[in-house]
Design a protein around this ligand. Sequence first.
Ligand code: R5P
Length: 305
Amino acid sequence: MNTYSPLLFSGSSHETLAHHIASQLAIPLGRIALNKFPDGEIKVEIQENVKGRHVFILQSTGLHPSEYLMELLLIIDALKRSAAKSITAVIPYFAYSRQDRKDKPGVPITAKLIANLLSASGLTRLITMDLHSSQIEGFFEIPVDHLKGHGLLAAAITRQMRDNFIVVAPDVGSIKFAKKVANLLHAEFVVIEKQRISSHKVKMNLIGNLSKNQVVIIDDMCSTAGTLVAAASLCKELGAKQISAAITHGIFSEDALGKIEKSPIECLLVTDTLPPFDRYASSPKIEVVTIAPTIAQAIQEWVGI
Ligand code: R5P
């Protein structure tokens, strides 16, 4: 490894994924000390010479979004002050992305604010995956590699399921994503109309017919699991015999995993944009699809290693 080869650092959100990506790239992870001051402030120290080097930081901003975002901003600032040639954040799950427009008076546009903060800290490029809406790319004035997970999910569905299933989009917002998966699988496709009653409660109505016994529900993310579980229950009521689901981002807040275990969903495919390991120990329905090779390839294409 020469002194000018690229460096990958890991924030504290998802070290396992950072190690997998580093091993795909055959580079060691950069040394960095991440600690806290006694009052809780985050303390960052880069322990490598980054001067003149292309530097990447893996930080998934789910689970503890505010903490991980702040840590990422401090890491970027430290790298900028140490004269890195370019600073790319790899943010597999981009938090605060659901508030991407002013849908009522008095609310912030959090996705735009986070984009501004990242740029102001010195970020020169972003690699991310399945943003909640693609207009978020336009919130940045720096290059954004917006990777898509539908190919990975479609391949995993092919390995898991027999032919002859129907793809279900559990709300209008997920149509584009679910349709891409359905097209790759040459599967039929239906949409559910979702009405959100509260952050935990939704009302659903299927538009069209459930023409198959086997269904796979596709969404970009699962938070409280209200959407997935209600969609699965509706499919069951309408006669589905085997129900699976596939999503990119497994946030699984509160008792989401418990709800999925009790639901009619038999298998849930989820990528590792968020750390799965201990959380899924008692969730036999969950199958993890890794994004490490996809991220490694994006880094390779950027720096030519
Ligand atoms: C909505 O716009 C998203 O695509 C997901 O359907 C939603 O965020 C899932 O949230 P929950 O799991 O809390 O229903």
